[in-house]
Design a protein around this ligand. Structure first.
Ligand code: ADE
Ligand code: ZN
Length: 320
């Protein structure tokens, strides 16, 4: 059995179409514009974000979010995962009518239930949305600094990477760092190597969400390897969103061979018809990884997890 761990999944993006349809029924809403059969309907990054935003509006109270976190984590545990770090977004909570406190407390309850039922450990990473601009991301950072929670251990930025420059967000990340949060940032997904370089220079993350387009610049790949920056790689997401034309063209093996610390995650699994187990299978099929190499990837994820030393040691001991 290959034990797994996930570092990069957006909780709103983990809601299955079936769960969103049940929520729509509960609230008397119509989701036919974003769900057809058992699939979300979108065609590019912008329409993906639109479907994602509309689906998230159907999680409107603490119980809805407890159910979402519990469902996602229990399913992940059934794929032999022992750990998950997932992104949360107070912007999405507020847009659905929740306070950040209710949102966080609902998610924490779902985490507690999943842990009790399956043993899966988890943490939350608060995020700001890049397309909301520097003020929006600063607002998200302040919101989390004002609502600290022991299970929120990181801060990051998701959203449309094609907007704004990394330097514009330095202040927001300073607020998060001062609040004691570890840092990851989406870069090198919709934009190229320069975006990754800018994120490293101005935001000083321990990890990069995606980062795969660093492959466009050999000097940057060397920098990632020598600085030990961990990449949260989500191959299925990259192929679905057209970041690379095929798994054969995906740079995961080249990055790994260059000594970059790469990990595997599912990003927004039902939107991309994937799962964490599927990502590990993809790595086996397309990236030439055997059980041992896959377990090493899990070890890298646990080593890079935003957890205290005792939790990390306990998780590492479960890898055998
Ligand atoms: N939010 C949810 N999924 C995302 C992705 N793949 N890139 C940027 N922001 C996101
Ligand atoms: Zn992501």
């Amino acid at each position: 059995m290959v034990v797994k761990a996930e570092l990069h999944c957006h909780i709103e993006g983990a809601a299955s179409p079936a769960l969103v349809e049940a929520q729509a029924e509960k609230y008397g809403a119509d989701v036919s514009a974003i769900i057809e059969g058992d699939s979300y309907v979108w065609s590019d990054f912008t329409s993906f974000l639109h479907a994602y935003d509309l689906a998230s509006r159907l999680f409107r109270d603490e119980d809805d979010y407890a159910l979402l976190a519990e469902t996602y984590l229990a399913d992940l545990a059934s794929q032999d995962a022992i750990y998950s770090e997932f992104f949360i977004s107070t912007d999405h909570a507020i847009a659905a009518g929740l306070t950040p406190e209710a949102y966080i407390s609902g998610l924490a309850e779902g985490m507690r239930r999943a842990r009790e039922a399956t043993g899966i450990e988890s943490r939350m990473i608060a995020t700001g949305l890049r397309h909301e601009g520097p003020e929006g991301v600063e607002r998200a950072a302040r919101s989390i600094a004002a609502n600290p929670h022991p299970l929120i251990t990181g801060f990051g930025m998701a959203g449309d990477e094609r907007m704004h420059r990394p330097a514009d967000f330095a202040k927001a990340f300073e607020i998060a760092r001062d609040a004691g949060l570890a840092i990851t940032v989406h870069a090198g997904e919709l934009s190229g190597a320069e975006s990754v370089r800018g994120a490293l220079d101005h935001l000083k993350p321990a990890r990069i969400g995606h980062g795969v387009r660093a492959i466009e610049d050999p000097a940057l790949v060397e920098r990632l390897a020598s600085d030990g920056v961990v990449l949260e790689v989500c191959p299925g997401s990259n192929i679905s969103l057209g970041v690379f034309p095929s798994y054969a063209a995906h740079p995961f093996p080249k990055l790994r061979d260059a000594g970059v610390r790469v990990t595997l995650s599912s990003d927004d699994p039902p939107f991309f018809h994937t799962s964490l187990a599927q990502e590990y299978e993809t790595a086996r099929t397309w990236f030439g990884m055997d059980d041992e190499a896959l377990m090493e990837t899990t070890r890298t994820s646990i080593e890079a997890a935003f957890v205290d030393a005792q939790t990390r040691a306990r998780l590492l001991s479960r890898l055998g």
